[in-house]
Design a binder for this molecule. Structure first.
Ligand code: DHK
Length: 167
């Protein structure tokens, strides 16, 4: 590779990084995750969703990124937000809760994205009931992080930043 090509590559990467930093990372949470802290703490841990939001926001801000952290119990809301992410987000982190295992409509929406998607679960669904072993999110995800509790969201931010920097 000549020096000129290397410089052009460097400029392209810087531009892609700047663009990623100008849009927020969407962090989308599905049903029952609003009850974290009270809900089966032996499985999902004792962190509340609000405390996870605060940790994630601090972590992303330290790295120069913005996040838009949301939760809904509605399948349609999740789909609307994924569609919105097509234009407005740099990447998506999604814990679709139980819709992970049921929603073809969510998969179809995720498949329209051309930004990186990280699927997150607090628990490790593969150690749990059989019906949790299948995910409709995974075929559309760049990567999957599960079983690390709230830490999984922070590692997902790191993974996205790594992907932005190397794209
Ligand atoms: C959260 C849920 O609500 C479950 O329906 C999934 C996931 C697992 C989690 O571990 O974060 O099966």
């Amino acid at each position: 590779m000549t020096i000129q090509y290397k410089q052009a590559d460097g400029a392209k990467k810087r531009l892609a990084r700047q663009e990623a930093m100008s849009k927020p990372i969407y962090i989308l949470n599905g049903p029952d995750l609003n009850l974290l802290g009270e809900r089966e703490p032996e499985i999902y841990g004792t962190d509340t969703l609000d405390s996870i939001r605060q940790q994630v926001e601090a972590h992303a801000t330290d790295a120069g990124h913005k996040v838009d952290f949301r939760q809904t119990n509605g399948e349609g809301d999740l789909i609307d937000w994924v569609q919105e992410a097509r234009e407005k987000a740099s990447g998506v982190i999604i814990n679709a809760g139980a819709y992970t295992h049921t929603s073809v409509a969510l998969l179809d929406a995720l498949l329209t994205l051309d930004i990186p998607v990280i699927e997150v679960h607090l628990s490790n669904p593969f150690k749990r009931e059989e019906f949790r072993h299948h995910s409709y999110v995974s075929p559309a995800a760049t990567g999957l992080i599960c079983g690390l509790g709230a830490q999984g969201y922070l590692r997902a931010i790191d993974a996205l930043i790594e992907l932005f920097n190397n794209s």
